[in-house]
Design a protein around this ligand. Structure first.
Ligand code: NAD
Length: 368
């Protein structure tokens, strides 16, 4: 097992991320961070049949209540959030209760928001069960629900007391979801760590065959990069924006195609490839770096382009969708672009017309 210490500006909020095998079945990983006697578990109807029993066995002796969400991003809603709070009130949870989120990013974000707001905030533990949630959403303390006007518009920063990542959970994760998580890992390497990028290049087949030691190392390095960036910028006023590499293109793809067509990680994979090519064309990224980035994404079986005809979208629609990005600071676009492998830069005031012109050529390449 590997343990990562996450240091935040307020020392009292520091916490650990444990990464390893069979962690869920070991009571010793939970007891030091559970407060009081009451534990409230939030999971969903897909994950609970797989892992809830093991978790509950590790929590013997505590007064446990469980709430199961319907599965799916469409249930990351106000209605579900209220149902969680209703169940917490019905269970008579006191302020010293502990909430445990068992599931992917949807469960983690929503349960985290419930923990952040129930009686002005109670303790919470994350047990992320998708690769994406293990390397991304469980690190950094962002919690949220969606609003009909957009994703994650309502939320709070609320750091967990511990993240327990049991890689056994990846054995039941659909392959497509596993690969979608890899997109965020490739992103972390591009923006921060050329050595890790090279390590990924070397270990593609071991990663895809779920070599346990390799998975633990990969998840740890990826979390460490996010943790380092978050600890520099907890509330997202500066360098945390680096984590948006590929996301302005990616979010625009998700929005234009309709949510659910591509998984978030798949849209991010395309977005990273686009950002790399755009950086070559406009800002002098060496083309051999872009080639390596695109090749690595492809070697994990992730897409690098979209079939614009199939989805009836074009460069104008995509560029228009990019103007809606929350991270833009003026009428132009803000883009995070690779400067080299291991380093990114934030470009403000990027003209929408320039990006649109670039996208016309990119979408035409017909590589998917
Ligand atoms: N808070 C953050 O910083 C942050 C960062 C990135 C993404 N997010 C959020 O995360 C969400 C996406 O998370 P996700 O990709 O984990 O999606 P998800 O939570 O919807 O999980 C994907 C699917 O896998 C299933 N699943 C989960 N674990 C499983 C397992 N071990 N075995 C079998 N099936 C399993 C889920 O039930 C679901 O059907 C989005 O809502 C996004 O906004 C948040």
């Amino acid at each position: 097992m590997k343990t990562l210490d996450l240091h935040l500006q307020s020392k009292s909020l520091d916490y650990q991320i444990l990464i390893g095998k069979d962690l869920l079945s070991q009571n010793k990983h939970f007891t030091p961070v559970i407060q009081g006697q009451q534990v409230f578990i939030v999971s969903n109807k897909t994950v609970a049949p797989l892992y809830l029993e093991t978790l509950q066995a590790s929590l013997k002796g505590y007064e446990c209540s469980v709430f199961l969400l319907e599965d799916g991003e469409q249930h990351k809603s106000f209605a579900s959030y209220q149902h969680i709070l209703d169940a917490m009130l019905d269970a008579g949870l006191r302020r010293n209760a502990t909430l445990i989120a068992l599931g992917g990013g949807v469960v983690g974000d929503m349960a985290g928001f419930a923990a952040a707001t129930y009686q002005r905030g109670i303790r919470f533990l994350q047990i992320p069960t998708t690769l994406l949630s293990q390397v991304d959403s469980s690190v950094g303390g962002k919690t949220a629900v969606n609003h009909p006007k957009g994703k994650n518009l309502i939320g709070a920063f609320h750091q967990p007391s511990r993240v327990i990542t049991d890689i056994n959970t990846l054995t039941t994760l659909p392959d497509r979801e596993f690969k979608a998580g890899i997109a965020e890992i490739v992103k972390a390497a591009i923006l921060y760590d050329v050595t890790f990028f090279e390590w990924l290049e070397t270990n593609v087949s071991k990663i895809l065959s779920h070599d346990e030691e390799i998975l633990v190392t990969m998840i740890e390095r990826s979390c460490a990069i996010k943790a380092e960036i978050v600890s520099l910028d907890e509330k997202e006023t500066g360098v945390r924006a680096w984590l948006n590499l590929g996301h302005t293109f990616g979010h625009a793809i998700e929005r234009s195609l309709g949510y659910g067509e591509l998984l978030h990680g798949e849209a991010v994979a395309v977005g990273i490839a686009m950002a790399a090519e755009y950086a070559v064309k406009m800002f002098g990224l060496p083309s051999e770096d872009s080639v390596r980035i695109v090749r690595l994404i492809e070697s994990f079986g992730l897409p690098i382009n979209i079939q614009s005809e199939q989805y009836h979208i074009n460069a104008t629609i995509l560029a228009e969708a990019m103007t809606l990005d929350k991270k833009n600071v003026d009428a132009d676009l803000t883009l995070v672009l690779p400067k080299s492998i291991g380093e990114v830069t934030i470009k403000h005031s990027v003209k929408v017309q320039d990006v649109e012109r670039f996208l016309v050529g990119y979408l035409d390449m017909n590589i998917v």
